[in-house]
Design a protein. Sequence first.
Length: 318
Amino acid sequence: MGWSHTWSSFNLAFHGGKLTIEAGNDPKDSSSGVINSWSGLSESCDISESAAFLLGDSAENYISLTAPYTTDSIRKELDDAQEDGTLTHDPYYLSLTANYTVTFDTDGGSAVDSQTVPYGETATAPADPAKSGYTFAGWYLDGKAYDFAAPVTENLTLTAKWTTNSYTLTFDTDGGSEIDPITQDFGTAVTAPADPSKTGYTFAGWTPEIPATMPAENMTVKAQWTLDRYTISYNLNNGTATGNPDSYTVESDAITLNAPTRPGYTFTGWSGTGLTGENNLTVTIEKGSTGDRSYTAHWRYNGGGSSSGYSYYTIKAT
């Protein structure tokens, strides 16, 4: 900015920083104003639109000019201020302050509004942004933590720093063999464990499915099972039996086999799965049992009286 005397024209140029001029305060002294005749402004007026431009009687009584700043707009606003009595004489006070923009790059986090900060003043630390799977670790400038007490003298872009959170994947096997939980960082690949086992059941997968990568929360998956069904087969040796089931599961109530019948024979017992010998008259499959089973019925012929089950006859020769 330059000037010489009341009737000289001068140029205004301002692009950054802060400029304050106070040139007297006596309205009778027409030569002491900052702009003694605003009609003397030249056609050159180059002031950043982001700057705050103040003109007035003093630091306490001034008007704030409106951007964009041109010689015509400055003349008009000064004329209007004199006409309405806001300013009473040539302005003795001039202040130009650059405004800078502080931008916040959240690096994928929630948006944070930029701030307009006058030259030499400080930015205000905003509320922490949020980012799924991460914890906010501060604002950084050129790789260093930014000091919000530092004066702002240029446009800035501050970048959010994040630390990765760890989460735990827990396995509810619903009575099956235990599986240790997995704890690892968000977004890292999850290796599915070996399938659990459960007596009497076949593993049918996890609900919900195990994620390919660790989610941004603790998670529990539950084992799904299908009930195994086992067969019961019988060799009744020409006998008959009613009410004996041909299958069961680990959840079935205890099953006691009904004794078979056979005309002319006496039932002497069962042999088969889990039994010792052939004279087991009562066979019970306890609840919780597993595996396919087979049983054989044994008989004694009533006519021969042999306990071996064989019949004997007497043949008389003549």
